[in-house]
Write a protein that binds this ligand. Structure first.
Ligand SMILES: Cc1cc2nc3c(=O)[nH]c(=O)nc-3n(C[C@H](O)[C@H](O)[C@H](O)COP(=O)(O)OP(=O)(O)OC[C@H]3O[C@@H](n4cnc5c(N)ncnc54)[C@H](O)[C@@H]3O)c2cc1C
Ligand code: FES
Length: 244
C-alpha cells in the first residue's frame, strides 16, 4: 500500500465529486484502485483519469469521500484488474457514475468516439462538456432525451456495425438491457462491459467477487467481453430496464 494526498476536489453535485490526486498512477482505463479512507472501509474505485477518482455517495465511505475538500491522505493499493482494449471507431455507453472509467477511456483512445450517456437528472451528468459527439438522456427529462440511455439508443436506431468496439459501464439494470440489445444485434463479441461486484481483497484471493461464469471481477475483470457475460445476465437476478 502507498499513500497519496488529494490535491483538489471538484464537487459536481451534492452526491458526486472528483478527487484529483497529487500524482498520476501508472494505469490503463478500466483499472481500479482499492482506496483506504482513514476511519472507514477500503473500497474499489475506478480511475477517471490517471490522477483522479470520481465518487458517487451511496454509503458511509463514499459519503465521506464526496465531502473531501483537498489535502486529505488516502491509502492506495493497485491499480488492479483488466483494462479496456483500444479501437479505431468506438461507441461508449455510460449510465450514471459508470461514466468514471469511460471518461478515462475517452481521452486515452486515439479514435473517433461517439458517446451515449444517461443519468437520473441533469445534475448527475458529469464531464459532459468534455465529449464532442455526445447523446444524452435523463430519466426525469431535465436534459436531453426523457428516458434511459438504452431507450435512447433504440430510438436513435444506432447501427452497431459502424463501430469496432462498444464500451459499456453503468448500473446492473442498464447493463442487462444493453446486453440484450447488443445480443439482438450480434454485437456482444466486440463489446466490453465493466462490471461491479462486492470486493474485499481486490487481488483474486477471497472469492467475494466471483461471477456466475466463475470469473473474478478483481482479476479477470472488471472489464469483460460481452459474450463472456451470458451466464451473468441470463442466469442471475439482474433485472433489465424493461422489467422495472
Ligand atoms: C471495480 C469497481 C469499480 C468501481 N468504481 C467506482 C467509481 O469509479 N465510482 C464510484 O462512485 N463507485 C465505484 N464503485 C462502487 C463503489 O466501490 C461502491 O459504491 C462503494 O464500495 C460503496 O461503499 P460505501 O461504504 O460508501 O457504501 P456501502 O454501505 O458499502 O454500500 C452502499 C450500497 O452500495 C452497494 N455496493 C457496495 N459496494 C458495491 C459494489 N462493489 N458493487 C455493487 N454495489 C455495491 C451496497 O450493496 C449498498 O447497497 C466501483 C466498484 C467496483 C467493484
Ligand atoms: S475481491 Fe477477493 S477475489 Fe476478488
Amino acid at each position: 500500500m502507498f499513500c497519496l494526498r488529494v490535491r483538489r476536489v471538484v464537487r459536481h453535485s451534492e452526491k458526486v465529486s472528483t478527487l484529483i490526486l497529487e500524482r498520476e498512477v501508472p494505469s490503463k482505463p478500466g483499472q481500479f484502485l482499492m482506496v483506504n479512507v482513514i476511519g472507514y472501509e477500503e473500497i474499489p474505485l475506478s480511475l477517471s483519469s490517471p490522477n483522479s477518482i470520481t465518487v458517487k455517495a451511496v454509503g458511509e465511505t463514499t459519503k465521506a469521500l464526496v465531502k473531501f475538500k483537498g489535502g486529505e491522505i488516502l491509502g492506495i493499493r493497485g491499480p488492479f484488474g483488466k483494462s479496456f482494449t483500444p479501437s479505431n471507431r468506438a461507441l461508449i455507453i455510460a449510465g450514471g457514475i459508470g461514466i468514471a472509467p469511460l471518461r478515462y477511456l475517452y481521452h486515452w483512445l486515439n479514435a473517433e468516439v461517439t458517446v451515449f450517456y444517461g443519468a437520473r437528472s441533469r445534475d448527475e451528468l458529469v464531464f459532459l462538456e468534455e465529449f464532442e459527439d455526445v447523446h444524452v438522456s435523463t430519466d426525469d427529462g431535465s436534459y436531453g432525451f426523457k428516458g434511459n440511455v438504452v431507450q435512447l439508443l433504440k430510438r436513435s436506431n444506432v447501427n452497431f456495425d459502424c463501430f469496432d468496439r462498444i464500451y459499456c459501464c453503468g448500473p446492473p439494470v442498464m447493463l442487462k438491457s444493453l446486453y440484450e440489445l447488443l445480443k439482438k444485434n450480434d454485437a456482444l463479441k466486440k463489446s466490453e462491459f465493466s462490471i461491479e461486484r462486492f470486493m474485499r481483497c481486490g487481488i483474486g484471493l477471497c472469492g467475494s467477487c466471483v461471477l456466475e461464469n466463475g470469473l473474478r471481477v478483481c482479476r479477470e475483470g472488471p472489464v469483460f467481453r460481452g459474450d463472456e457475460l451470458t451466464p451473468v445476465f441470463e442466469r442471475s437476478l439482474y433485472k433489465s430496464h424493461e422489467d422495472r
